[in-house]
Design a protein around this ligand. Structure first.
Ligand code: KG4
Ligand code: ZN
Length: 340
């Protein structure tokens, strides 16, 4: 085994994206994603449809990832796959595929925790992007998760705060649904927020102990607010859409930054990293940048394509585990509720 030439295939299928990536010694050679448009008309991910689409996509996506990387499957050193957390029907597709491929090629199989992968995406070799030093705080914010994690080392992580109900991406998407926006609504709320007044409307922030989050109350608050106002003025949403979006986004960012501030103070850690689809939000990026001045933070945001669900982050974890000889066996099972 030549430790200088490590090629890992990463496979991700935990939710509604079928993705495959090839990494060579920490550098991404290909990063292919087939996103499933079918869920848009339902306003959210439909598990059965997701699983079926993964089955259709997995072979072409893996094939394309190898082709783009210019690597044959015989050259692969190992296959890494998302074991969980995620939707069981979706996870099973990637897990079964990875197991058979590794078995057929007689190479090691590496199981990856999706939430660890969102965090370890920061360790992909990429020009212009710095890697956080240990220990650091990672906030993973997406449609499926909201966590603050204390990262002591690659595989020594502690969840110190998480949502007790909706994920922050759901707060964006469900608010958008109330306003009649398409799914997912996060990007459009972000775009409109730039044109609106963040102080136009005030929404109540949840009171949650410690470093945990809650977003379901905010969603209900927004619903009642919109219902109340449209009774008075049926055109309320249309006439105030940018201001409503700006105010919702402002409240959400306030909630996130509050907890980050608290986590940083309690742990004494000033290296702050974010990941997950919501980290694309321009307001959150700005708030982090402001934190560098205000709270003396050093902040880390990975390249955009490594923040949303992708297989490059699975491949980098595969690479790090490969270096440790940390392999798994063929009897490994997908785990929908896998913890960090
Ligand atoms: O990580 P991701 O692609 O998939 C998972 O949920 O795991 O995240 C998708 C979420 C959606 O809720 C979407 O609305 C949100 O990320 N999102 C944003 C922005 N771009 C994507 N939310 C706020 N502002 C954005 N610019
Ligand atoms: Zn994710």
């Amino acid at each position: 085994m030549d430790s200088q030439n490590i090629f890992i295939l990463g496979i991700e299928s935990s939710c509604d994206d079928t993705a495959a990536s090839v990494i060579y010694n920490g550098k991404i050679l290909s990063n292919v994603i087939a996103s499933q448009k079918i869920h848009e008309e339902y306003g959210g991910v439909v598990p059965e449809l997701a699983s079926r689409a993964h089955q259709q996509n997995i072979v072409p996506v893996v094939h394309q990832a190898l082709k783009k990387a210019g690597v044959t499957k015989e050259e692969l050193s190992a296959v890494a796959f998302t074991r969980g957390p995620g939707l069981m029907g979706s996870l099973l597709v990637g897990t079964s595929f990875a197991k058979s491929l590794a078995y057929g090629l007689n190479i090691p199989l590496i199981d990856v925790n999706h939430m660890q992968a969102h965090i370890l995406a920061h360790y992909i070799d990429e020009e212009g992007f710095k890697k956080p030093p240990f220990p650091f705080l990672a906030m993973t914010i997406s449609g499926g998760h909201t966590q603050i994690v204390k990262v002591n080392h690659y595989f020594d992580m502690e969840v110190i705060g998480e949502t007790i109900d909706d994920a922050v991406g759901e707060a964006f998407d469900k608010s958008g649904k109330i306003l009649g926006l398409g799914y997912p609504a996060g990007p459009e709320i972000d775009k409109r927020a730039k044109l609106g007044n963040p102080k136009a409307f005030k929404f109540t922030k949840p009171k949650v102990d410690g470093l945990n989050f809650s977003f379901s109350g905010l969603k209900t608050g927004i619903l009642y607010f919109v219902q109340r106002e449209t009774k008075v003025n049926p055109n309320f949403i249309k006439e105030n859409l940018n201001d409503i979006c700006a105010s919702i986004q402002y409240t959400i960012i306030d909630i996130l930054v509050d907890k980050l501030k608290k986590a940083s103070k309690e742990t004494g850690i000033k290296h702050i990293a974010i990941g997950g689809g919501v980290s694309a939000n321009s307001g959150i990026r700005q708030a982090l940048k402001d934190g560098e001045q205000k709270f003396e933070w050093t902040t880390y945001v990975p390249k955009f394509e490594y923040t949303t669900d992708n297989a490059a982050m699975i491949a980098i974890v595969g690479y790090l585990k490969y270096l440790e000889g940390n392999f798994t066996k063929q009897d490994i099972m997908a785990s929908a509720r896998l913890k960090i």
